[in-house]
Design a protein around this ligand. Structure first.
Ligand code: ATP
Ligand code: MG
Length: 446
């Protein structure tokens, strides 16, 4: 098998070989190339020691990225290459960091320390593919399988649990049964990894193509770090609107939504407040009054704990809060929501509503038409340059000062009232009309 690599990679490998050392591309780049995907990082593994690499590439820009782990970054024609010495990881004390790493001159040792067979492949033009663990076969079978004993590998480094789920979701691979059982069995080890690393992998799981399947099959694993999701599992909603329990509905809505992180996080948490707000009426029908509010409280708490950026927390909790809001396909209703959410937020809310609808019982799929109509109104509001926020209003604070309104709070309130009047189509967005209304509101003689 031949793998196409950039010229810089070929040059780097040739240069290392000229110096009597071995070098291969390795890991994700080999896997992704075989799958026909774009490669974002070219990693090279070599028998040369970091000092030797620094010397071989003395004429190039280099950075000692992690010399203690054997990595030197060499930049060739503006392409950064991470060149790492073959190594054996020492004992893992805390399920995350090897106590020490040992350099080795055998590629077999280096490939053995890698997490999954599909990531334990190396390649160069001279030798071709080095595949000691059946990685090619697993790529063809679309399988994630640990190199070696899964229990050992997950206890060495619990992040591998999340990486397995991530590759399965992003690449739409199945996790091989023994590896899968080990993931379930060892899930509590996830408590040993940092929330930042958990969050990064979770984001990729959520935006992956097989997110629904992974969320359903590995819900117990995600629940180790987000236990608040557990009450949703198998929760019978007892309403005609739903044919799925809360968690399966949630997972489906994630998988069916636009693969934008904020939208997918919203879907993950939009109904998390349902179990706590559940009630059954006299006819035996389930209701979840006020669940949006409860979901919002939980969402904020969880996202904060998982150290999401403040902006993400704000956006997602707003979308969760309003996921069930009644928006109507007319300009008055749409402009009001666009004022609250901005155009981008409004479009995201419609993505959320679409995904939520698709995950309802099939007979309610007709609601999608209404969402499409609302989106057309959003387009019209933008195209007609309609006013939906203070910055579009034909007057500003200075205009109000000129007519004698000087107190800050009064200016703010009046501008808000004027905007409401314009959105409600009670007043034209036009200077004279707005100032007349402002005077009326503030009882200033005309
Ligand atoms: P991507 O870059 O698309 O996230 P990747 O497989 O390249 O995927 P990296 O984190 O860039 O992942 O790691 C490069 C390679 O290093 C992997 O392919 C794998 O061989 C090895 N590796 C990375 N993390 C681990 C780990 N936690 N345990 C064992 N091997 C790992
Ligand atoms: Mg990589």
């Amino acid at each position: 098998m031949e793998i196409n690599t950039p010229q810089q990679v070929k040059d780097a490998i040739a240069k290392i070989e000229e110096n009597e050392h071995e070098a291969y591309i390795v890991g994700g780049c080999v896997r992704d190339r075989i799958l026909g995907l774009d490669v974002h990082d070219w990693d090279i593994t070599t028998s040369a020691l970091p000092d030797e690499i620094m010397e071989i590439f003395a004429d190039y820009k280099t950075a000692e990225t992690g010399t203690e782990h054997g990595t030197v970054t060499v930049i060739i024609d503006s392409l950064p290459l991470e060149i790492t010495t073959y190594r054996i990881d020492g004992r893992y004390l805390d399920n995350r960091h090897p106590e020490q790493v040992t350099f080795t001159s055998k590629i077999d040792d280096d490939l053995s320390r890698r997490d999954f067979t599909i990531n334990a492949l190396a390649y160069n033009v001279r030798v071709g593919i080095v595949d000691l663990f059946g990685g090619i076969d697993d790529i063809n079978k679309r399988t994630i399988r640990c190199v070696g004993e899964p229990d050992d590998r997950f206890s060495e480094d619990a992040l591998r649990i999340m990486r397995a789920l991530r590759f399965a979701s992003v690449l739409e691979f199945e996790i091989e049964p023994q590896t899968a059982r080990s993931i379930h069995r060892n899930r509590d080890l996830l408590n040993n990894i940092s929330v930042e690393r958990f969050q990064k992998e979770l984001n990729e799981i959520l935006t992956g193509a097989a997110a629904e399947r992974i969320l359903n099959e590995y819900r117990d694993v995600i629940a180790v770090i987000i236990p608040e999701i557990t009450p949703m599992f198998d929760f019978d909603q007892r309403t005609k609107y739903h044919n799925l329990d809360i968690w399966r509905h949630t997972a489906k809505s994630v998988g069916e939504s636009k693969d934008e992180l904020e939208v997918r996080l919203t879907m993950l948490f939009h109904d998390i407040g349902k179990p706590a707000t559940f009630s059954v009426d006299g006819q035996g029908v389930g209701h979840f009054y006020g669940h949006g509010k409860e979901s919002t409280v939980l969402t904020k708490r969880i996202l904060k704990r998982l150290k999401y950026p403040t902006r993400t927390i704000e956006h997602v909790s707003k979308l969760v809060k309003f996921h069930d809001a009644a928006v109507h396909p007319n300009k008055k209703s749409v402009a009001r929501w666009m004022n609250r959410l901005s155009e981008q937020g409004m479009r995201r809310l419609l993505s959320v509503k679409r995904a939520d609808t698709i995950a309802h019982a099939p007979e309610f799929i007709g609601r999608l038409d209404e969402i499409d109509s609302i989106e057309k109104v959003v387009d019209a509001v933008i195209e007609d340059e309609d006013c939906f926020s203070l910055k579009h209003l034909a007057v500003d604070g200075n205009d109000l000062i000129e007519i004698g309104i000087t107190k800050g709070t009064r200016i703010g309130n009046t501008l808000g009232n004027l905007l409401d009047a314009v959105i409600n189509q009670e007043c034209e967005n036009e200077r004279e009309a707005l100032l007349t209304l402002a005077k009326k509101i503030n009882k200033i003689r005309q």
